[in-house]
Each structure stands twice: as C-alpha cells, then as structure tokens.
Design a binder for this molecule. Sequence first.
Ligand code: IMP
Ligand code: MG
Length: 177
Amino acid sequence: MDKTATLGQVMINEELLKQRTKELGKQISEDYKGEEILLIGILKGAVIFLSDLIREITLDTKIDFMAVTSYGASTKSSGVVRILKDLDSGIEDLNVIIVEDIIDSGVTLHYLRDYLMGRKPKSLRICTLLDKPERREVDIAPDYVGFEIENKFIVGYGLDCDQKYRNLPYITCLEGI
Ligand code: IMP
Ligand code: MG
C-alpha cells in the first residue's frame, strides 16, 4: 500500500448499515421460518457484520467461524485460497449461511462454497454485506447482499487494510492506493 493513502468520505453511514442489516435479518428469518440455521462467519472481516446481523434474526441460530486467506498483506487477490481455521463442528443436515464482509473477485467464496458443499449441509446460501460485481472473476452469486458498491478499496465496519480501520463504525474507502 502506498504510504500516501488516505481515508475517503463516508460511503455508508452507521444508520444505513443498521437499517440494511435489520432488513437482511428479517428476510433471513422469513426465508427460513420454522428452521434452525448456522451462520458461518469468515474471519476476520465479517465479525462486526455477523454480530449485528445475528441480533436481527429471530430463528434458532448457531454460529461458527472459518479463517481463510487469499490476499496476504496486499490489496490484490493472489487467487490462492488457504484455510487457516476450519469449522469447530460438522454441518451435515444444517441450513448454512456463509456470512462474508465483501465479495471481490469471488475466488474466496467460490472455493468455500465447494468446500462446504462437500460436507453435505441441508442447504447453503451466501450473505455478504458488500458486493463489487464489477470485479468478479469466477461465477458466484450471493443470495443476500447488503450493498452493491463500486470498484474501490473499502475499509471500516470490519474491513481492513493491513489490519487497520476495522473499528471504524462506517464504510469508507482508501484513496491513493
Ligand atoms: P475475493 O476472493 O477476491 O472475492 O476477496 C474476498 C476477500 O478479500 C474478502 O473477504 C476481504 O477479506 C478481501 N477484500 C476484497 N475486497 C476488499 C476491500 O475492498 N477491502 C477490504 N478487504 C477486501
Ligand atoms: Mg474476508
């Protein structure tokens, strides 16, 4: 990252994040009415979104986490996905929703979807806070999307650049990278 990179203007403020998360929670609660679900949060970026989302869901909801990497410390995808932390428990016969912070090239979720499908869940869907469809390199379509955004490098509300800016309560972008 260029040392001159600066934070841009607020792109999605706290109020909008809260409102959209509430809508997504309601939608998920309706779609899975009467069922139990398992949210799989992808560490670390999705932690903040997942913790807000789960409180908007009215179903019996379990959580588990995976950590994967495809980026290293760079802002460009290497196209290689590696599992750093696997699930704690099996997902057989469970309604699984992968909760991700952002879909960029789609490489990470494409890999994860195939990997988790191999573990025979009852169903598998993808919920992402942000989607950059312009950047897609592989075929992956999320079932729940918070916001579609333009092709910028996003930080805040869990999303980082070299582990920084996750604590910003809003979504913004880095300029000059
Ligand atoms: P993909 O495999 O290219 O779709 O990348 C997905 C992962 O890259 C996300 O889970 C993020 O961790 C990271 N990523 C992609 N775009 C951004 C961004 O704009 N800001 C911060 N992290 C990003
Ligand atoms: Mg991530």
